[in-house]
Design a protein around this ligand. Structure first.
Ligand code: NI
Length: 401
């Protein structure tokens, strides 16, 4: 293969694009849930073997670390892709739709894997002055895959880490780059209300867990509406309730599951304390008992200053500057990339991938994205490495935080 030394990755290679589409489609058809990415991991390892890239597997369960570039390089840059799918039954007519009911790549992680492997192929053709570590991470949707990777040493000795997420809110060809908070903290909770069951006609002999649950769910919304500073973004969503057996039996238990999101640490703490207070207050209001399982789970994603500059410069090298945009206000979505950024320099960007207006949003059964984003993503991942290594030597990015 011809070696070329231009700094800009050749992202227009149709063979590379076809190869990435094939990877994405195979993964899309064969999705696996968080921490069960066994076949996914095997498939990635096959591709790494084809490329002659050495790797370690089994990190944090099914995670993989692969490295490219000189082993004696002074600097190692990390690039991360997440691997897991969601417990959703796909409802698209795609020829490569999920073959597994109840499991779907509805967040684009299939694309992330394809573009990171594409970036590896681009980087193999470069004379690298630094080492590149590819992190294939399990369990992003569970919120702790990144933590498990960190515990397994995945970011030891990394100078910085970069990641990207497909986002169909933005047109294909756009990359959003923002310093500071871009994703909210996300804390899931489960509340168990314990009442006393009995005949539907004799409530005085029972403690109705369903009525208590209904009261609690309604009250919880006043935390956001009436207590949190309206200038601080926060949301509390109840996504699941389970209670009762049949129409004429009063339920003795109700289980409420939800999530608390905020882009502001102060609002986050207020919401979490408010949740505890309301669960206990509601229990005494209805004369029942309650248990709250609150997992302080994901911190906010806060892009670091230096890495954000690198990410922006890389984006402006591979696409027109006018397509390097801001995502606007921080998303209330969560991303466990936050854990990496708590430890080391880094930046997470979004790759525009809007397909049609009819395509469903992320985390829906009709989600799909424009595959042309694979070219943009692979080129950006490769360029961010070249940018970081070249300019790090010139100390361009050394000032700042
Ligand atoms: Ni995702």
């Amino acid at each position: 293969m011809k070696r070329h030394h231009v700094s800009k990755p050749d992202s227009s290679d149709p063979q590379l694009f076809a190869w990435m589409c094939e990877i994405r489609r195979f993964l899309h058809q064969n999705p696996e849930l968080s921490f069960c990415e066994f076949e996914t991991a095997k498939y990635i390892q096959e591709k790494l073997n084809e490329l002659g890239i050495s790797f370690r597997s089994g990190l944090g369960g099914t995670g993989i670390l692969a490295e490219i570039g000189p082993a004696d390089a002074l600097l190692t840059v990390g690039l991360r892709a997440d691997m897991d799918a969601l417990p959703i039954t796909e409802d698209t007519d795609l020829p490569f739709a999920s073959a597994k009911p109840g499991c779907m790549h509805a967040c684009g992680h299939d694309g992330h894997i394809a573009m990171l492997l594409g970036a590896a192929r681009i980087l193999l053709q470069k004379d690298l002055s630094c080492r590149v570590r590819l992190l294939f991470q399990p369990g992003e949707e569970q919120g702790n895959g990144a933590l498990k990777m960190i515990e397994a040493g995945a970011i030891d000795d990394l100078a910085a880490i970069f990641g990207g997420h497909i986002d169909t809110h933005f047109a294909t060809g756009a990359i959003t780059v923002d310093e500071g908070i871009i994703c909210a903290s996300a804390d899931p909770f489960e509340i168990r209300l314990h009442g006393k069951s009995g005949h539907a006609a004799r409530p005085h002999e029972t403690k109705d867990a369903i009525v208590a649950a209904a009261g609690l769910i309604t009250s919880l919304q006043s935390l956001v509406a009436r207590e949190v500073n309206p200038n601080q973004s926060a949301v509390l969503t109840v996504g699941r309730i389970r209670a009762g057996e049949t129409h004429n039996v009063i339920a003795d238990e109700a289980i409420i599951e939800g999530t608390v999101r905020s882009t502001h640490p102060e609002a986050r703490q207020y919401m979490l304390e408010g949740l505890r207070r309301m669960v206990q207050g509601n229990a005494s209001l209805y004369g029942i008992t309650a248990d709250l399982d609150l997992r302080e789970c994901l911190p906010a994603v806060i892009n670091r200053k230096v890495a954000t500059t690198v990410a922006r410069d890389a984006a402006e090298t591979i696409i027109p500057a006018k397509n390097v945009i801001s995502q606007g206000p921080s998303s209330l979505g969560g991303e466990d990339f936050a854990f990496y950024l708590q430890k080391i320099e880094g930046c997470l960007v979004r790759f525009g991938a809007r397909l049609t207006d009819e395509t469903g949003p992320a985390h829906s059964s009709t989600f799909d994205f424009d595959e042309k984003v694979l070219t943009v993503g692979a080129a950006w991942y490769a360029q961010v490495v070249l940018q970081f290594c070249t300019h790090r030597k010139k100390s361009k990015y050394l000032s700042g935080d």
